[in-house]
Design a protein. Structure first.
Lengths: 486, 216
């Protein structure tokens, strides 16, 4: 069991305020992005009418914004808990938030002022071939926004790894590699938060460095179109960066499970050889699994597609299994007194575990060739991101803002979020199973029933999240709540 | 470093400088774009780093104070190396001996020397960020050389330009892997922080008594 360690850094910045600022920004941006998503589902259901250009611009903002805000909130979870074990800089943590806000403004400007609608994937050479819908400057603002956000995350992850190396000697020790291979006693291994933060930081640094390369190259090609490079290589680099970044958000958020559940069950989270092995294997697999996004690219080398499929089947499993099994054993017969925070992080593990199943199905070439451009894909990724990652993050928010928040808001928000989320993702998955395409602004009449059920789910998700975020903001008036348990 | 060792290092730097300038080696290295960019330029910078090791004991206090966190020195080194990454500058150096002389003077004295003097003053996070940026920028430059539609240097063929681009990308990958392996293995020392270590870490990171080191 650990206790709160919130102090003031040498720069005089209060860590508690910094964490709350992260969560406040997260709450606002998350709700804004959810409203964008709700708007798109309303338009697909033909309950409102928006121009296709506007739809694709909103799609771009929603995708980029959600990836960014889950990254930011995951970073808050990781930083808050890892600083209990290693020294990290509050100044760098705050700098990441500032970089994020500047980058977010550039991205929002590129969309709402410049009309950029090239999707979060910004696949080369689409940004420079807009057909007159947006200018090179708008695309450049979008990419600069991503670069600025990347710089902030790079600094944060480097600082976390610096702290881990200063205490544990190396990244291998931070990951528990020796314990994983039976070369050192399990009891000497790092705490779960440190192992997870090591994995997340290694993976994200690699992804961000590769993302910076492709972003700078694409910025050059925007203004000097005679510079060209291999489009398939560009797609590989973009997905390496994008897949790694969004995947790591879950691995950062899962730290909340390792820390918050044991506080409620009064049982320490057991780490053993299997736990450390899972994190070592996941580090390798997260960095090599991205080709499953390119299964439909026939020009890809066959060995990469085969590797992508096989790694995709097993990539998420090691950490998921040890986490799900650990959560169940931690809770089972513990006499746990459930709180909103504990409930949400537990739902998060379930959402993650359930969402992986349709994802694995889609990671199979023969299924992918039929399902990849259908709503099956947003169905599976919304399951493990919305009901998995976001649930864990909302659990962390409830934990931090436990304090004196009104008691009814939390349970009402939790149940509305859960029921709405389930309806929302099932509508996507059912639509995908019925071959409803994804990313279409205009839907055929036969697809509308799925869209309309999806609208109801999305609406409930927005209401549930609003209640939980409101609860957090109301609790901001109280001092930092310590263990946050209610 | 002892005085004799410093003299030996100074001698080695001067000999290396002269050897790189003399025609056989210079002609060989400058005849190929890849060798020019990935061997000659880094070696000239390395000579400056060697000079920095010799001069560091004689560095005046005001200079060290002015070089706050190593930022001015590192910036000077970045600007100088960036200049010599431009294809136009490579062309000028090949076509004009005085520009080539400028290259031989500026890379050791305005890139390697300030880098060598300032690097120890750069905080660990700054050094890590510079490494990450170097790797990223090398790969980007490589990508640009590979993607350029025409020859960027009048003195080098298109195939040499592509080879230079591939070499830069390869160096970026090797540097990235090497950095990761070194950090992954790390120091053979402590597995877990003891309480004594915690106070040492607090001190090292400049956290005063007000900071509660996290309890694990």
């Amino acid at each position: 069991m650990t206790t709160q360690a919130i102090g003031t850094s040498r720069g005089g910045i209060d860590a508690g305020i910094a964490v709350r600022a992260y969560l406040a920004v997260t709450g606002i941006v998350l709700l804004l992005m959810m409203l964008f998503g709700f708007t798109m589902r309303l338009a697909q259901a033909q309950w409102i009418n928006i121009e296709p250009n506007t739809f694709y611009m909103i799609l771009t903002m929603h995708g980029s914004g959600m990836v960014g805000i889950t990254g930011l909130s995951g970073a808050a979870v990781m930083w808050y808990f890892v600083r209990r074990h290693v020294p990290v800089s509050t100044g760098v943590f705050v700098a990441n938030l500032v970089f994020f806000l500047v980058g977010a403004l550039l991205i929002l400007g590129s969309g709402f002022i410049g009309g950029f609608a090239g999707a979060w994937t910004f696949l080369y050479p689409l940004p420079e071939h807009s057909g007159g819908l947006w200018s090179a400057n708008a695309a450049a603002f979008y990419m600069l926004g991503l670069l600025v956000i990347g710089v902030g995350f790079l600094l944060l992850h480097l600082d976390v790894l610096r702290g881990i190396i200063s205490v544990y000697g190396g990244l291998g020790a931070g990951l528990g590699a020796k314990q994983a291979f039976g070369l050192a006693p399990e009891k000497d291994g790092p705490p779960p938060a440190v192992a997870a933060a090591t994995m997340a930081s290694i993976s994200n640094i690699v992804g961000i460095v590769i993302g910076a390369v492709v972003l700078v190259l694409m910025l050059v090609t925007l203004y000097v179109p005679s510079f060209t490079f291999n489009t398939l290589l560009a797609k590989n680099l973009i997905y390496y960066f994008g897949h790694t970044f969004i995947n790591v958000t879950i691995y950062m958020a899962v730290i909340a499970v390792y820390e918050i559940l044991p506080m409620h069950t009064h049982r320490a989270w057991k780490t053993n050889r299997a736990f450390y092995l899972a994190w070592v294997l996941s580090t390798l697999m997260v960095l090599t699994v991205y080709p499953h996004h390119l299964l439909m690219d026939f020009a890809m080398p066959t060995w990469m597609l085969i590797a992508g499929q096989i790694i995709s089947w097993v990539s998420g499993l090691p950490v998921l299994l040890v986490t799900a099994f650990g959560a169940l054993t931690n809770v089972y017969r513990s006499g746990i007194k459930w709180s909103v925070a504990a409930g949400l992080v537990f739902i998060g593990v379930a959402g993650w575990a359930i969402g992986v199943i349709p994802a694995i199905a889609d990671g199979t070439v023969i299924v992918n060739s039929v399902m990849h451009n259908t709503q099956w894909v947003p169905g599976h990724f919304h399951t493990y991101l919305l009901l998995g990652m976001v649930a864990m993050m909302l659990g962390f928010m409830a934990y931090i803002g436990g304090g004196r928040a009104p008691s009814r808001l939390g349970p009402a928000g939790l149940w509305t979020f859960l029921i709405g989320g389930a309806i929302f993702v099932l509508a996507f998955l059912a639509g995908g199973a019925a071959s409803v395409p994804r990313r279409y602004a205009v839907h055929l009449p036969g697809w509308l029933p799925y869209d309309r059920v999806g609208v109801i789910g999305a609406g409930l998700v927005v209401i549930g999240t609003s209640l939980l975020v409101t609860r957090f903001f109301l609790a901001l008036r109280s001092p930092m709540s310590g263990d946050g348990i209610r | 470093m002892r005085r004799i060792a410093r003299y030996k290092l100074l001698l080695a730097a001067c000999v290396a400088w002269a050897c790189l300038w003399l025609p056989p080696l210079r002609s060989m290295l400058e005849s190929d774009m890849t060798l020019h960019m990935t061997v000659q330029l880094p070696l000239l910078t390395a000579i400056g780093v060697m000079l920095a090791m010799v001069l560091r004991p004689h560095e005046p206090c005001w200079f060290a104070d002015a070089d706050w966190l190593g930022i001015p020195g590192v910036l000077l080194a970045i600007f100088t190396t960036s200049l010599w990454m431009l294809p136009r500058m490579l062309d000028l150096a090949l076509g004009n001996v005085s520009i080539d002389l400028l290259k031989f003077a500026s890379l050791p004295l305005l890139a390697g020397l300030p880098l060598g003097l300032s690097w120890p003053r750069v905080p660990a996070l700054g050094r890590a960020f510079l490494w990450a940026n170097l790797i990223s920028m090398l790969a980007t430059m490589g990508g640009l050389y590979l993607g350029a539609p025409q020859r960027l240097c009048a003195y080098y063929r298109l195939d040499q330009q592509s080879a230079a681009g591939t070499a830069l990308v390869a160096i970026a990958i090797v540097l990235g892997l090497a950095w990761f392996i070194v950090l992954f293995i790390g120091a053979p020392s402590p597995a877990k922080p003891r309480s004594a270590d915690k106070s040492r870490i607090n001190e090292r990171f400049g956290w005063g008594a007000s900071h509660t080191f996290p309890r694990s």
